[in-house]
Design a protein around this ligand. Structure first.
Ligand code: ADP
Ligand code: MG
Length: 459
């Protein structure tokens, strides 16, 4: 069995790496899709938020297919924040993948291959499966061994007799060597609640039963404890798990490559590139499951930052991709005005081909005023559990207004670190001043480097 895991209780995985945006919980709109000044971790930027709200509504109604969203605005004005908010508004099972336009350039892999993989990582497939399982607290276990067929001096597990107990019944079953081996490998003994798939024989250790002798004795025990399951020992259970199309491609490719003796030793061959045959097969299988009501698709959000770094080939690939059936919401962010489209010498708005712009909705973000910067810093300090004095917040707000919001957000963490170093609980003006002296903003860094430029050139 490959890496499909049943996750009976855990929530669906999310796929984010968005440390600086953890405070964003949504777009912060009211029921009429009007922006509330401060809501869901969002501050100001009302026009962009309301536009994004309409876009979300259209996505939910399936009216945005074949289109991309472009977020255009200067650095640090919340383009990434809005993309994160859009994915939050779409629901809890929605994957969010962030990449930079520059990531498509690799010496080992084709650009389109990198994009296809990113796209497939953004499509969540929630699979519902009814399976027959034996489930209960293990009250008695007897593993029978037999001599090894090739080495009679060695004994191997041959079969196992298990007694499983639920709140309603107790049942004894006998199983073969593969189940016996899994039980030994997982160190399962009396007192554990286990689940055995009736068809595949996969054994899952669910935790120690609260009613068992072991569960009662060891007070300070880190093992997970759960109540003895209700109902019958043999039952039909619904399993729900969310995989992405990329996960399914990988599992499928492994299964195809596997089977040989080497996969026994090495756990399947490493497949770097997944061929299109595998992807087609996965798509077909998924569509069939959806038709049968066994799976639900959750198209996620693929956010490509600095999209002006994509080139013509990538743009035309994306143009084709958004026409296909299994496609995520693609959000392209850029801070460029008129610039050349990479891979050509044609100039165009944002460096995007015109036919792509034609098929996009464009949302602009604007620079923040001091009030918004102050509020965002306040929210960030709460998020990072930083106590900041009023004057210090004012000072940081000034910094943000003078340089950029993103710089001020970074300074906040650094100032907190400085306060911690000085063993102070609250961040003070001195902390902000000290880190402002220690670190450079972009303008300062540029001037600094300019000073040395001549020297470095002559060298
Ligand atoms: N309107 C907003 N409300 C709350 N936080 C914001 C807002 N806009 C930006 N931020 C936060 O400010 C920081 C910089 O914004 P970011 O989204 O990275 O800008 P961009 O992607 O345009 O360069 C991030 O931590 C972001 O979460
Ligand atoms: Mg960004």
């Amino acid at each position: 069995m490959a890496s499909i895991k049943e996750l009976p209780t855990a929530p669906a995985r999310r796929f984010e790496r968005i440390g600086a945006h953890t405070h964003i919980k949504g777009l912060g709109l009211d029921e009429n899709l009007k922006a509330v000044k401060i809501k869901d971790g969002m501050v100001g930027q009302e026009r962009a938020r309301e536009a994004a709200g309409l876009v979300v509504q259209m996505i939910k109604e399936g009216k945005l297919s074949g289109k991309t969203i472009i977020l255009a605005g200067p650095p640090g004005t919340g383009k990434t924040a809005i993309a994160v908010a859009i994915s939050k508004e779409l629901g809890p099972n929605v994957p969010f993948i962030q990449m930079s336009g520059s990531e498509i350039y690799s010496s080992e892999r084709k650009k389109t291959e990198i994009l296809i993989e990113a796209i497939r990582k953004c499509i969540g497939v929630e699979i519902h499966e009814m399976r027959k399982v034996y489930e209960g607290e293990l009250t008695h276990i007897d593993i029978r061994t037999a001599p090894h067929p090739y080495n009679p001096y060695q004994k191997v597990p041959e079969s196992v007799v298990l007694t499983l107990k639920t709140q309603n019944e107790e049942k004894t079953i006998e199983a073969g060597s593969t189940i016996a081996q899994q039980i030994i490998q997982q160190n399962i003994s009396e007192g554990y609640v286990i689940q055995i798939d009736a068809e595949t024989g996969r054994v899952v250790n669910l935790g120690l039963s609260l009613e068992s002798a072991k569960g009662k004795t060891y007070e300070i025990d880190t093992r997970r404890k759960i109540p003895r399951p209700p109902g019958k020992v043999l039952k039909e259970k619904e399993f729900v798990y969310t995989l992405t199309l990329a996960d399914m491609d990988e599992i499928n490719a492994r299964q195809r490559a596997g089977g040989g003796i080497f996969s026994l030793f090495f756990g399947g061959s490493e497949t770097k590139e997944i061929d299109s045959e595998v992807r087609t097969a996965v798509d077909e299988a998924v569509k069939k499951m959806v038709d049968e009501g066994k799976a639900f698709i959750h198209p996620g959000v693929l956010f490509i930052d600095d999209s002006h770094l994509l080139d013509l080939e990538a743009f035309s690939f994306l143009g084709r991709a958004i026409e296909s059936e299994l496609v995520p919401i693609i959000i392209l962010a850029t801070n460029r005005g008129i610039t050349t489209i990479r891979g050509t010498d044609v100039k165009s708005p944002m460096g995007f081909p015109l036919d792509l712009i034609d098929r996009s909705v464009i949302i602009g973000t604007e620079e923040y005023d001091a009030d918004s910067i102050r509020e965002i810093l306040r929210i960030r300090s709460k998020e990072e559990k930083i106590n900041i004095e009023k004057d210090a917040l004012e000072k940081l707000t000034e910094v943000g207004a003078k340089t950029s919001l993103r710089y001020a957000v970074q300074m906040l963490s650094l100032a907190a670190q400085n306060a911690k170093r000085a063993k102070r609980k609250d961040v003070t003006v001195e902390d902000v001043e000290r880190v402002s002296k220690l670190f450079m903003d972009i303008t300062e860094a540029a001037q600094h480097l300019k000073k040395y430029e001549d020297k470095m050139l002559i060298h």
